[in-house]
Ligand binder design. Sequence first.
Ligand code: UDP
Length: 311
Amino acid sequence: MNIIVTGGAGFIGSHLCDKLLSLGHHVICVDNLGSGTYENIRHLDKNKRFTFIRHNVIDPLKLIEGRIHQIYHLASRASPVDYQEYPVETALANSVGTDRMIKLALSKNATILFASTSEAYGEPKVHPQKEGYWGNVNPVGVRSCYDESKRFGEALMMAYHRQYDVDIKIVRIFNTYGPRMRKDDGRVIPNFITQCMKDDPITIYGDGKQTRSFCYVVDLIEGLIKMMDSKEFGPKNLGNPNEMTIIEVADLIKEMTHSDSKLIFKSLPLDDPTKRQPDISEAREFLDWHPKVEFRDGLKKTIEWFRKNGI
Ligand code: UDP
């Protein structure tokens, strides 16, 4: 198949390009290299089935010739530090950018998958979060450029589906980690790994009792592809239900890197959710998917990758 991956030079997108190519598909990667990097896809340079188009999904995309079968629309900054620095671009990538990609899907009769987020649940009052929960989001908060644009992206997908019968898929991606995360992207796993490797203080925001549930990127990619190839339109949660406090994450990374780093406590960023855990019973039942990689095993691979790539 001919498959477009927007955000294909990003952390998750580049792993998805690799996997789709290994399955024999042709991949067109669309990325403006805002938060993604060319390094993530340099190894695909010579692959004849891989095309890279440097482009911001907010802008009109020039005509893409020929048949397109599938579009994975992943393009958006996803790190809170990052998207709060570029709130307008983030809000537009998930709204205007999504509109452009759905129109492309419509014109090509392609299936489109939209990468939404666990942030759609905001500060959740239901735990763990099921797809039927409508969420508790601050519409004007510092995270709203991301949360609300992802929610709007979901609504737009449903609107096109209802009005024009576009073949859509919506997934809500929970915290994901692995090789190719940017070491300076501000998220918890790259921060803690780089701090531990340099024996710098580990920055715990708030009291560190807030929870997250971390999914290894290889598991997530399998879930994305299963969703795309299914009859479901979603939304479907994709993530690993293995919930931990941030202090537990810090202690584990410290142990695994044999670090002498001390924990230091900093103020909690605004609207930082206190808990987050996916209920993945729908993905289990309808996609026959569940994550398989243990946190320790995934962390080991991630730490090795950070070591090799110059921390
Ligand atoms: N966090 C932290 N120290 C850091 C980076 C993040 O304590 O150096 C916390 C952050 O406040 C949040 C959690 O770790 O509660 C996950 O943050 P991340 O930015 O990775 O993603 P989020 O799940 O908030 O989108």
